[in-house]
Design a protein around this ligand. Structure first.
Ligand SMILES: Nc1ncnc2c1ncn2[C@@H]1O[C@H](COP(=O)(O)OP(=O)(O)OP(=O)(O)O)[C@@H](O)[C@H]1O
Length: 457
């Protein structure tokens, strides 16, 4: 007997939801039970009006309708819920649009999300604004952050890469064109490297220059050597690499100036255009600089190191301030990033618009990542359990935040991707001296080392 459930078998209520999408495909019964669709759809349809009423989301009907009901029937005039659109199935649950009644707003529906979740027996209900007067309810049938699978259909683009899944089952897309620089914070074993690994491998498939500073002697980034255009594995090497990047940025500004016909002496801050305005054949490739364990760049033991530190911090701040227009983006990773790191730390942090905060050891660390952009997100970050590495709270300067988790990606798989995409690394001559040595891949030879000889010879 077939293990499939079709629209016809699911009965009448589903037919009412404009279920063309259901009708076209037959889904395995296991699928339905995982996402709890039959239950929630049936419940949703059967209890829609009463649930909305109980949640305070109904309004009195328009006067003309009340009069018509009174004139034509003996029914009592009951309040009406928001008009419901077609229920659309997704791989994780359902989506449904509601047309709000006059006087209602998104916050009214959002405030009832928890009550709706219980009423319809789903894992979570999320609400988002679609357009004035219309909101979308997203019903998620199970915990999508437990075993992460990236949504299949995501529109990626140059410097726009999906890296994780949000708790509402949508993809978290790292978009360098809108959020040029990002800070990734988290305690040890919280999943920072996994985040960088996912991000790195996604970017590796694009014509983007990838540069790394990994002061943990390269243990995190060295496996990606094949795709890295430059790698510094200690503060000394970083001190040599950063001025080269700053020079590259200045050269790119000169290129933009030359194209615009602006006099060469014009201060860089006055130039509003960027490399994206250049014709494609003249446009330099974008550079993404990954810095793992940024605190290592700040720590000093001697006065001489202090000078070097100050120089590096100044260069990093310049890259963060002016890099975007030159197509240079920063991905800074660390366990803590506060004023105690020293001069320039808070100034640099202020330039890092995107914030990803994994599990942290104390509230102060969460505040360093999220306190200045989304104070409520700090509590979300403090509640991340240790047994869920990779779970993080992501916020940006718009004040919005959400919980995300990266899919598991083994280091070996990431390294293979980097080797396969090595040919995509654009050539930046200035970075050639910093290109990391790539260990040759051991080739398995099935031939015996010593040729067998017959014993009787
Ligand atoms: N999204 C995830 N799903 C499943 N396992 C994960 C995920 N993220 C991280 N892990 C696991 O958690 C452990 C720690 O992850 P990771 O090395 O990324 O942490 P980290 O914050 O970089 O730690 P450290 O700072 O000590 O290097 C690893 O064993 C990794 O496999």
């Amino acid at each position: 007997m077939t293990d499939l459930v079709t629209l016809a078998e699911l009965g009448g209520p589903l037919a009412a939801i404009g279920g063309a999408a259901y009708a076209r495909h037959a889904y395995p019964a296991a699928y339905w039970s995982t996402v709890g669709l039959p239950v929630s759809v049936a419940r949703l349809l059967a209890s829609y009006t009463s649930t909305m009423d109980a949640c305070g989301l109904t309004v009195a009907p328009p006067r003309w309708r009340a009069l018509a009901i009174k004139a034509t029937t003996r029914r009592e005039v009951r309040p009406v819920p928001p008009r419901r659109g077609v229920i659309r199935p997704t791989s994780t649950g359902l989506r449904i649009r509601l047309r709000l009644a006059p006087g209602q707003e998104l916050a009214d529906v959002a405030a009832s999300a928890e009550r709706l979740r219980h009423a319809w027996g789903v894992h979570a209900v999320y609400v988002r604004d679609v357009k004035p007067g219309v909101v979308e309810l997203r019903l998620v049938g199970f915990d999508v952050l437990r075993k992460v699978r990236m949504p299949r259909r995501i529109a990626g683009d140059l410097l726009r890469v999906p890296v994780a899944v949000r708790e509402d089952a949508t993809a978290f897309v790292r978009d360098y064109r809108t959020v040029p620089h990002e800070l990734v914070l988290g305690a040890t074993l919280s999943g920072k490297s996994m985040f960088l690994r996912n991000l790195f491998t996604r970017l590796a498939a694009q014509p983007v220059v990838l540069v790394g500073i990994d002061c943990k002697r390269g243990v995190e980034l060295a496996p990606f050597a094949a795709r890295l255009s430059a790698l510094a594995t200690d503060p000394d090497q970083a001190a040599e690499l950063l001025p080269v990047l700053v020079k590259e940025m200045e050269d790119r500004y000169d290129l933009i100036k030359a194209r615009q016909g602006i006099a060469p002496g014009t201060p860089e801050e006055l130039i509003t255009s960027d490399i994206w305005g250049l014709p494609e054949d003249e446009r330099p490739a974008p550079i993404v600089l990954f810095i793992d364990e940024v605190a290592e760049l700040f720590l000093v033991a001697t006065r001489k190191e202090e000078e070097r530190r100050d120089e590096m911090v100044t260069q990093l701040i310049r890259l963060a301030q002016l890099g975007r227009a030159a197509g240079i983006y920063l991905e800074v990773c660390g366990q803590r990033f506060g004023a105690e790191l020293g001069k320039g730390a808070t100034m640099l942090r202020a330039q890092l618009t995107g914030r990803v905060c994994h599990r942290v050891n104390d509230e102060a660390s969460a505040k360093m990542a999220l306190g200045d952009i989304a104070p409520e997100a700090v509590y979300g970050a403090c509640a991340i359990p240790a047994e869920r590495p990779g779970l993080a709270v992501v916020g940006d300067t718009s004040g919005g935040w959400s919980r995300i988790r990266t899919p598991y990606l083994s280091l070996a798989d990431a390294a293979v991707t980097c080797r396969e995409t090595a040919h995509l690394a654009p050539d930046v001559p200035a970075l050639t001296p910093f290109r990391p040595y790539v260990l040759p891949v051991p080739v398995e030879d099935s031939r015996p080392v010593v040729a067998p000889q017959p014993a009787t010879e």
